[in-house]
Design a protein around this ligand. Structure first.
Ligand SMILES: Cc1cc2nc3c(=O)[nH]c(=O)nc-3n(C[C@H](O)[C@H](O)[C@H](O)COP(=O)(O)O)c2cc1C
Length: 307
């Protein structure tokens, strides 16, 4: 007799997902790059590379470096621009795959313009405001580090769109709970965290920083406990759904985030070493729920035992 099927459906901030596994912005291109590796319908959906109004070139190389238990990057939001995303990339995505478009702007009104352009576009199931890029000189990190600026950003984008709105938070803050509360107060539908951790590394043979930009964002397995702590604190602080991100490499990692209060999770750096990682993680979460007698994977959210 086969075990009862587990219901893996999740509603994240008004976005209906087949399962709670998304892929993280900047690590999954525009989805099209991964069609050769998996049927995109095996995952809940994906967050596309952050978009600006105009196409944008990134930083000069080296802008990616492998470090112990993770990677550094200072890509700096190279992207095709919102128009090319809509006309060239989205048509390549199969029907039934929720796409979350990530927005970025070097000033607040520019975020609102990108949000307006993406609202109502078929296949765009929701928006994620990138308030937290750790290596862009103008904008990015400032928006996610100052609660007053973050409030203005969320308020402005909220006024520009009625699409489900996630705000992606920076780990480079003193109180993640405070930032989560700002998003809730300003009308966000959910929060995603964490973005990469500001960091650097050095090659002692050349005495140069590994990245031309000197500073970059640190991601991958090493940041998991830090991300987990922040997701736990944010989930305790607000009623908004939380999308957990940071170092998730396998299903066990993903389940930890769900137990700590995440409604869904995003897989980032792991896509580089295993392009099927997200699909395998979705299967693994379902298997865990079945083995532990859960009828739905949604019941795992916040099921951490702390007594
Ligand atoms: C090469 C690279 C590019 C990234 N680009 C973006 C981006 O454009 N927008 C964004 O919100 N996050 C971006 N991120 C951050 C990831 O989405 C994710 O928040 C972070 O890497 C932590 O998750 P991970 O440890 O699973 O990679 C990027 C990360 C990497 C490694």
């Amino acid at each position: 007799m086969s075990a009862a099927a587990v219901d893996t459906r999740t509603n994240l901030a008004g976005i209906e997902l087949r399962n709670p596994v998304l892929t993280a912005s900047g690590t999954f291109g525009y989805g099209t790059e991964f069609k050769a590796f998996m049927d995109l319908r095996r995952i809940g959906g994906f967050v596309a590379k952050s978009l600006t109004l105009e196409p944008r070139f990134g930083n000069p190389p080296p802008r990616i470096a492998e470090v112990r238990a993770g990677m550094l990057n200072a890509i700096s939001l190279e992207n095709v621009g919102v128009e090319a995303f809509i006309t060239e990339k989205l048509p390549e995505i199969p029907e039934g795959v929720p796409v979350i478009a990530s927005l970025f702007g070097t000033e607040i009104p520019a975020y609102a313009d990108v949000a307006k352009r993406l609202t109502g576009v078929p296949k765009v199931a929701g928006l994620e405001v990138n308030a937290s890029c750790p290596h862009v000189k103008a904008g990015g990190i400032e928006f996610g580090q100052n609660p007053l600026v973050l409030a203005e950003l969320v308020r402005t984008v909220r006024a520009a769109t009625d699409a489900p709105l996630l705000v992606k938070l920076s780990p480079n803050v003193t109180s993640i709970a405070e930032m989560a509360k700002v998003c809730e107060a300003e009308g966000a539908d959910g929060i995603s965290l964490i973005n990469a951790v500001q960091a650097m590394d050095v090659d002692v043979r050349t005495r140069r920083p590994l990245l031309k930009n000197i500073l970059g964002g640190f991601s991958g397995p090493a940041i998991l406990p830090l991300a987990l702590r922040m997701v736990y604190q944010a989930a305790q602080a607000v009623k908004l759904p939380v999308c957990g991100i940071g170092g998730i490499t396998d299903a066990e990692d993903a389940i930890k985030f769900l137990l700590c209060g995440a409604t869904a999770i995003q897989v980032g750096t792991a896509n580089y070493t295993n392009p099927m990682a997200a699909a395998e993680i979705a299967d693994g979460i379902e298997a865990y729920a079945r083995e532990h007698g859960y009828a739905t994977t949604a019941e795992l959210t916040g099921a951490l035992e702390t007594a």
